[in-house]
Design a protein around this ligand. Structure first.
Ligand SMILES: Nc1nc2c(c(=O)[nH]1)N[C@@H](CN(C=O)c1ccc(C(=O)N[C@@H](CCC(=O)O)C(=O)O)cc1)CN2
Length: 306
C-alpha cells in the first residue's frame, strides 16, 4: 500500500528571533550609553482602556527597560481632547531625551489616527507611519520602517536568504502592514502582488506565490489548498475566536492562515502566537535605537534596520 507523505512545514520562530534581536539591541544601547553618553528614550501614548492595547503598551514599557532604554508611558483618558493630545505630542517632539514616539492604536473614534501620526516629528516616528516615512520607503530612501513589516522582512530574510526574483503575494492593503510590506518586498527585488478583499480569484493568485504574507484580519482564511507547495508563509493576523473546548466564554488566538492545513503544504510558516507578534515590539525597540543614532549624528548599528 502506498501512502501520501505529509509534509510538515518548518515553523518560523518569531519569539526566538525577537529575543535574539533584543539582545543585539541591548548591546547597542550599552555602547550608546558608555561611549556616547546617550540613552535612547521611547514615549508611548495610550488613549483609553482597550484591554489588548493595555497589554501591548505594558509589554512595550517592560521590554524597553529590559534593553536598557528609558520608557516614558503616557496614559490618557478615553475622552481626551485632540488639542490636549497634540499638546503632549508637541512637548515630546521638543524633548531631547525622547527619540521615539508612538500612539497605540486603535484610538477612540473622536480622534484621527492620521492626524495623530502627522503631529509626530517624522524623525521620532518609530512606528514609521507618517507620510514622510511612507514616502521615503516608497521612493527607496532611508526611512523609519513600520514595526510589523520590518519584523516580517527580517523573518523572511532569515529563513530564505535572498528574496530576489521570488514572487510574493501580500493579502491586505493597510497602511500599517500591507502597503509597507509590499514596498519592502519590492525593494528586495520580489515580484509583488497586493491582494485584498476585492481581488478576483484570490486562491489562484496566492497559489502562484513563493512568499505569502497574510494581513487581512480574517481568522484562518488562507487554507493549505491555496498554497504553492514549499511556499513561505508569514501570518500577520491576530484574531480571537471562541474556544468552547477551553471552557465557556473562552477564546483562543489564531492568525489569518489556517495553520494546520497550511503546514501540510508550505515549506515554512510563522505561527500565531509566536511569529510576527513578538517581532513587532522588538522592531519598535530597534527603530528607537536607529532614531537615537540618527538624531545624534551617529553611525547606525548593523542589523537593526533593513
Ligand atoms: N501604534 C501602533 N498600534 C498598533 C500596532 C503598531 O505596530 N503600532 N500593532 C498592533 C498591536 N501591537 C503593537 O502595538 C502588537 C500586537 C501583537 C503583539 C504580540 O506579541 N502578539 C503575540 C500574542 C499576544 C496575545 O496573546 O495577544 C503573538 O503574536 O505571539 C505585539 C504587539 C495594533 N496596534
Amino acid at each position: 500500500m502506498t501512502t501520501t507523505p505529509h509534509r510538515t512545514a518548518h515553523k518560523i520562530d518569531g519569539k526566538a528571533y525577537a529575543a535574539a534581536l533584543r539582545e543585539t539591541i541591548a548591546t547597542h544601547v550599552a555602547w550608546l550609553k558608555e561611549v556616547h553618553g546617550v540613552t535612547p528614550g521611547l514615549a508611548v501614548l495610550l488613549v483609553g482602556e482597550d484591554p489588548a492595547s493595555q497589554v501591548y503598551v505594558r509589554n512595550k514599557g517592560v521590554q524597553t527597560v529590559e534593553v536598557g532604554m528609558n520608557s516614558y508611558e503616557h496614559k490618557l483618558p478615553a475622552d481626551v481632547s485632540a488639542a490636549d493630545l497634540y499638546a503632549l505630542i508637541d512637548r515630546l517632539n521638543a524633548d531631547p531625551a525622547v527619540h521615539g514616539i508612538l500612539c497605540q492604536f486603535p484610538v477612540p473614534e473622536h480622534l484621527s489616527e492620521t492626524e495623530i501620526v502627522a503631529r509626530i516629528d517624522p524623525a521620532k516616528d518609530v512606528d514609521g507611519l507618517s507620510v514622510v516615512n511612507a514616502g521615503l520607503l516608497a521612493s527607496g530612501q532611508k526611512a523609519m520602517v513600520s514595526c510589523t513589516p520590518l519584523g516580517c522582512l527580517m523573518l523572511l530574510r532569515d529563513h530564505l536568504g535572498s528574496l530576489s526574483g521570488k514572487s510574493a503575494v501580500v493579502i491586505g492593503r493597510s497602511n500599517l502592514v500591507g502597503k509597507p510590506v509590499a514596498q519592502l518586498l519590492l525593494r528586495d527585488s520580489c515580484t509583488v502582488t497586493i491582494a485584498h478583499s476585492r481581488t478576483a480569484n484570490l486562491e489562484e493568485v496566492v497559489r502562484g506565490a513563493d512568499i505569502v504574507v497574510a494581513a487581512v484580519g480574517r481568522p484562518q482564511m488562507v487554507k493549505g489548498s491555496w498554497l504553492k507547495p514549499g511556499a513561505t508563509v508569514i501570518d500577520v493576523g491576530i484574531n480571537r475566536i471562541p474556544a468552547p473546548e477551553r471552557g465557556a466564554g473562552k477564546n483562543r488566538l489564531v492568525g489569518d492562515v489556517d495553520y494546520d492545513s497550511a503546514a501540510q503544504v508550505a515549506g515554512a510558516i510563522s505561527p500565531v502566537p509566536g511569529g510576527v507578534g513578538p517581532m513587532t515590539i522588538a522592531c519598535l525597540l530597534a527603530n528607537t535605537v536607529t532614531a537615537c543614532c540618527r538624531s545624534n549624528g551617529l553611525a547606525e548599528p548593523e542589523g537593526l534596520s533593513v
